[in-house]
Design a protein around this ligand. Sequence first.
Ligand SMILES: NC(=O)c1ccc[n+]([C@@H]2O[C@H](COP(=O)([O-])OP(=O)(O)OC[C@H]3O[C@@H](n4cnc5c(N)ncnc54)[C@H](OP(=O)(O)O)[C@@H]3O)[C@@H](O)[C@H]2O)c1
Length: 267
Amino acid sequence: MPSYVITGASRGIGLEFVRQLSASADNQVFGIVRNPATATKLTALGRQNVHVLQADIVDVEALKSAAAEVGRMTGGALDVLINNAALVGGDNQSLTLSTYPEGQESVLADDLRQNFEVNVIGVINTINAFLPLLRKGNLKQVITLSTGLADTKVILDASFPVHAPYSITKAALNMVVAKYAAEFKKEGLIFLAISPGVVNTAEKPPSPEQIEGYKWMVARFQEAAPTWDGQALSPEVSVKMMLDVVANLSEKNSGAFVSQYGNQKWL
Ligand SMILES: NC(=O)c1ccc[n+]([C@@H]2O[C@H](COP(=O)([O-])OP(=O)(O)OC[C@H]3O[C@@H](n4cnc5c(N)ncnc54)[C@H](OP(=O)(O)O)[C@@H]3O)[C@@H](O)[C@H]2O)c1
């Protein structure tokens, strides 16, 4: 019975991973959320093979408790960990590294720290908490959600100086994935950083400002990828594409950073 742990399972792409993976009754799927009481879309799946666990990924003890609970239910093993949870967006994402207002240097530093805390340290915490179980699993896969915005070529080709703390920390995350891949190559653990593409995970209709922001972003991305139609993927399509990539994963790909196409075509 393959077992999967997915962080950030309350909504968006994480929720869709749980939905698709739990469609097979053979899979045992653990969704980790910060607040089970508000993770109503996850609990509404109502599937017997879905288990909801609580942990903020910056909280090492909560992650260890979640891992202990998974171990109790799987007999001490885990096949696949999907690091999906991340700090995405935020109030200042339209600022660049040089346009935080005069006197607000501490706000920039705080944004960088908070993104690093969740997107880098939080993922390392998660991997370390589940490593003992993964070592005893059959598939031994750790899939980590990255973004095309972590690729320097995209940033340059698209002239995209905004979303800086997010891009910077996701680029660092790609290195985290490579470091683990290098460390655990001999043990047969496989680590992959994967971008889901541009995916519409909005919980409510966009404001006029958000629509304008999205149009601006599409125009920038089309500078980097002129054939892209500007349409965001649904979580359903993106997750299906990523699971196809994961299904074809082998040890020789460990440590790679790929898109939902399994290569460096980000859009
Ligand atoms: N959507 C896209 O276009 C896109 C593009 C490139 C990459 N990605 C990557 O894909 C992943 C999912 O994106 P998304 O659009 O689905 O994001 P989202 O809708 O913003 O959802 C983020 C998820 O992460 C959880 N989370 C945030 N901070 C956490 C923490 N400290 N501890 C535990 N959970 C935490 C959130 O939980 P709460 O519900 O408690 O807030 C939520 O479940 C992210 O890694 C993102 O960087 C997305």
